[in-house]
Design a protein. Sequence first.
Length: 280
Amino acid sequence: MTPRTWLITGISSGFGREMTEQLLAAGHRVIGTVRDLGKVADLNAQYPQTFSAELLDVTDTDAIGNLVELSFARFKTIDVVISNAGYGLFGAAEELSDSQIDQMIATNLVGSIQLIRAVIPHLRAQGGGRIIQLSTYGGQVAFPGNSLYHATKWGIEGFVEAVAQEVASFNIGMTLVEPGGARTEFRYGSAQVAKLLPIYDGTPAHAFLRMLDPANGLAPGDPARMAARIIESVEQNPAPLRMVLGSQALHSTISTLRKRLADFETQTALAASTDFPAGE
């Protein structure tokens, strides 16, 4: 693969860290954002010429704009932008606090939107590029106890699908990555849990507690293999709009979409009943 310059948010752990390590080892240049520079001190020491660590809180829109401006000014061309920063929040809807809701939307949804908006003018000016948005198969499939996370991912999926059509004529490709469960800190370290109410114990809303406990079995997804497939996707032209990673994730997505389509198809008469009669 031809060496490229990549801008990746949220590289202190998970897919962001795995992609960064693979890219640097292969000779690419990476601008990686973190909230704690200490988390990537080893990468700074190992790759002083090709790695640039930047402090960024993606809930700060002004900071996103400043980082993007400075990065393009410094490196001139950035070939790939990966919007990866985000986290999970588990709990029934009524168990979530107002501050948890605001923070998750600001991070997972608004932060991604603002990053994409900030880089588009630069990619357009340089003649094209690639934007990769980390989503989840939970951007297509919904589970109890995960409502707000789904809200942010379903939201960013709609945003990216629309924007991809807006920028395609400028040689800017966009891809939504929809991984299934993987053995990363997202599930086993950084996931947040709301203040749980006993009334939901034993109901589907608290089924996630079993999933978060490694003693009940680890997720099937290999972060290294998933990261490699994401990196390889930039060689595809045109850019794939969606990539589902993980056989269980793909099976669940296809099953859900088939059920949804079947339900829509039962509504043919209902939908037509609200149209003006022909000729009116």
